[in-house]
Every structure is written in structure tokens, then in C-alpha cells.
Design a protein around this ligand. Structure first.
Ligand code: CUA
Length: 232
């Protein structure tokens, strides 16, 4: 993340890259439509109304009915392609389970023994000066980059939504249900996200921080975490 960023965040996964391409594609089509509409509006204002008493024109009416339908197909096909691409699970190397609570996330690395923790937002007065206000957590989600990862998402109390824009992941956390998503992270760094389902008073204060590291660093972290939790 960076300050004063108006558009989409830089992608950290192949799917998000495709989503940005699709966004730009849709924007170009919008630009074409807006240009055509404005051109028509201005020419209507400037022209002399010589054909005011014409009540129908079969050819133009057929055209301006079919043309928008064709334009919609050009949006619908890449949109559906992406929708099904995002739902695909590509032989994940590990699974992260995340549970939404009022108002924090808890994580379980079920592939490893007894590796689970809660992740709360860091209060502003406890933060270092260069941290992101309302966006940092006490325990980060450490994940290996360049590996297909599955996340399964649920909630313990009310609806939440586990949303990380730079990954293109947004999964509803629903009590009594288990949703799954898959992604792979293609660069190291910190990825920030927030709950995006209005879940009560502190909805704005249950952020997500993913620490994307190399596979070796991830294995070191897992073994360190598992050692320290032996006495649980
Ligand atoms: Cu949890 Cu909004």
C-alpha cells in the first residue's frame, strides 16, 4: 500500500494482475461509450433540427439495439473467464484456515501441528511512527511466495469478509459455512487487507496483514512457531 493511492493497488498475484487488465479493458470501453454519447449530445445541440417530424427509423433503431448487446459480450466473456479462473484450485501446497470474529481474525495452519493464533489490530499509540494506522496487526499471516495456497474462510459470530486487494481475494466469512479461495503470491513484502462486510461497531478495526516470504523463511517461521507452542 501507499498513501493517497486512488486506483487499484499493485498486484501481488497473477489473478490480481488479470483483474487489473480487465478493469482497464472495461474502462476503455466506457471511454468509447462516453465519447460517443458526448459527441451525439453536442451535435444534437449544434444541428438545425431539419427532420423533427420523422417518427421512426428502422435501420438506426436496429443498430442502436444490437450495438450495445455486442459491446456487452466483449465485457461478459473476459469477465466470466476471470470469474471461473479465480474459483480454480491449483493443487495447493498448503491450506490456511481463517476465522472471522468480532473483531479480529484468527488463523490456523492445519498442515502443521498446533500452529494457530489470533490477529488483532495494533492500537495507534502502540505503533511505531512509520506504521500504517488502523492497518497493522499484532500477529502477521506469514505465507510462502510462489506457491499455490488455499485459504478456507469461516466466521464464529457474524458475517465478515476476508479481503486482500493486492491478491484479488475477497471471501465472505459466514457462520456455519466454509468458503475456499486459492491464490499464489508472486512477490515478497507486506500485503494489507481489511474486513469488508459490515460486522458491527469495530468493523473498520480488524485488518489483515500478510507477510510474504521465501519458502525457506516460511519453513523457519513454522518450526519456530511450532516449538514455542509445544507447551500449549
Ligand atoms: Cu468483520 Cu467487518
Amino acid at each position: 500500500v501507499s498513501w493517497l493511492n486512488l486506483t487499484l493497488q499493485d498486484s501481488a498475484s497473477p489473478v490480481m494482475e488479470q483483474l487489473i487488465f480487465f478493469h482497464d479493458h472495461a474502462l476503455m470501453i466506457m471511454l468509447m461509450i462516453i465519447t460517443a454519447v458526448f459527441y451525439t449530445m453536442i451535435s444534437i445541440i449544434q444541428n438545425k433540427q431539419t427532420s423533427r417530424f420523422i417518427l421512426e427509423g428502422q435501420m438506426i433503431e436496429t443498430l442502436w439495439t444490437i450495438a450495445p448487446a455486442i459491446i456487452l459480450v466483449f465485457i461478459a466473456i473476459p469477465s466470466l473467464r476471470l470469474l471461473y479462473l479465480m474459483d480454480e484450485i491449483h493443487n495447493p501446497v498448503m491450506t490456511l484456515k481463517t476465522v472471522g470474529h468480532q473483531w479480529y481474525w484468527s488463523y490456523e495452519y492445519s498442515d502443521f501441528t498446533k500452529l494457530e493464533f489470533d490477529s488483532y489490530m495494533v492500537q495507534q499509540e502502540d505503533q511505531p511512527i512509520d506504521a500504517f494506522r488502523l492497518l497493522d496487526t499484532d500477529n502477521r499471516v506469514v505465507l510462502p511466495m510462489n506457491s499455490p495456497i488455499r485459504i478456507i474462510v469461516t466466521a464464529a459470530d457474524v458475517l465478515h469478509s476476508w479481503t486482500v486487494p493486492s491478491l484479488g481475494v475477497k471471501t465472505d466469512a459466514t457462520p456455519g459455512r466454509l468458503n475456499q479461495m486459492s491464490f499464489s503470491i508472486n512477490r515478497p513484502g507486506l500485503l494489507y487487507g481489511q474486513c469488508s462486510e459490515i460486522c458491527g461497531a469495530n468493523h473498520s478495526f480488524m485488518p489483515i496483514v500478510i507477510e510474504s516470504v521465501s519458502t525457506n523463511q516460511f519453513i523457519n517461521w513454522v518450526s519456530k512457531m511450532s516449538e514455542s507452542s509445544d507447551d500449549w
